[in-house]
Ligand binder design. Structure first.
Ligand SMILES: NC(=O)c1ccc[n+]([C@@H]2O[C@H](COP(=O)([O-])OP(=O)(O)OC[C@H]3O[C@@H](n4cnc5c(N)ncnc54)[C@H](OP(=O)(O)O)[C@@H]3O)[C@@H](O)[C@H]2O)c1
Length: 267
């Protein structure tokens, strides 16, 4: 990459994205600079990620062309308490802060281009589902600079800003639903006499394989489900049980609840 990437904050999401970008080969450790206000966190991030970690976010803003803002939403005012960090018009601020709009970020960085991004923790294994929206005036070339990291850590799609709360509910929250599903299916296996560890691995691999099939075949998931249900077979029996327990509407309602909560948190 021609541009260096910077991260303000070295917590769970920043670390996941840095690990994903390095392990996919998109960035070398020396292409990355990060900052953290706490000395022990700086020392840990430098040791675990193999990158340079400094105290002053201005150093990150000055060295990196693309700067990821990876602190909690409530920590953003502290990051900018000393001013706009010197992020000029040639710089791109990529905020991953949930619920924080490009308009509210504009007050901190009047000149920089802003990309609002929602990645997820699966970035660590380069399997994030990521949604983003761009601030006014950003060109495709600007967006491409940030996508070097975003594409390296998973699948990435652009949305309108007004859709970002719904995007966040799938990207940020749905992994918890998927972990619950794996755990529950594994419980079912244990109930039927399978060892716990193998039952979890089989359930996780069934989910991974199903997701890959949806993404790679381009077929509608309902068509793929029908393909697994042979007439009079065992799968349709299980599908009937899931319908009786409102499995599909429970998941859709969960996405709605998360979106509404994201809206509340953002307002
Ligand atoms: N976790 C997720 O699954 C997820 C998914 C999508 C988006 N996000 C978004 O990602 C952002 C970070 O979340 P997270 O889960 O990674 O939180 P986190 O683990 O708490 O990370 C926050 C990081 O910011 C550091 N920090 C705090 N104040 C700072 C300051 N003034 N200057 C520089 N660094 C500072 C913290 O340092 P210490 O560790 O020393 O306190 C920590 O390294 C949030 O805005 C969240 O909405 C998270």
């Amino acid at each position: 990459m021609t541009a260096k990437a910077g991260f303000i904050g070295t917590g769970r999401m920043a670390s996941a994205m840095i690990r994903g970008a390095i392990s996919s080969g998109a960035l070398a450790p020396e292409d990355i600079i990060a900052s953290n206000v706490h000395a022990d966190s700086r020392e840990r991030a430098a040791r675990e990620l193999g990158i340079r970690v400094v105290e002053d976010p201005r150093e990150v803003a000055s060295e990196a062309d693309v700067v990821f803002l990876a602190v909690k939403p409530g920590q953003i005012p502290e990051v900018f308490s000393g001013g706009d960090l010197g992020l000029g018009p040639s710089k791109i601020l990529v905020s991953i802060a949930a619920g924080v709009t490009t308009d509210s970020l504009r007050s901190y960085v009047p000149d920089a281009k802003i990309l609002r991004v929602m990645p997820n923790i699966c970035s660590t294994v380069s399997a994030s589902a990521t949604g983003f929206c761009r601030s006014e005036g950003m060109t495709d070339e600007d967006v491409a600079k940030a996508r070097v990291v975003l594409d390296a850590v998973g699948l990435c799609f652009e949305f309108r800003e007004k859709d970002m709360d719904a995007v966040s509910s799938i990207v940020g929250c749905a992994p918890a639903f998927m972990f619950m599903a794996i755990d529950a299916i594994a419980d079912g296996g244990v109930r039927m006499g399978l060892p716990r560890d193998k039952s979890i691995m089989l359930a996780a691999q069934a989910m991974l394989g199903s997701a890959k099939t949806v993404l790679e075949s381009g077929q509608h998931p309902a068509v793929l489900k029908d393909g697994v249900c042979s007439p009079g077979g065992s799968t349709i029996e299980g599908v009937e049980v899931l319908e009786a327990y409102s499995f599909r509407s429970a998941l859709a309602e969960a996405v709605k609840a998360c979106t509404e909560r994201n809206r509340e948190l953002g307002s």
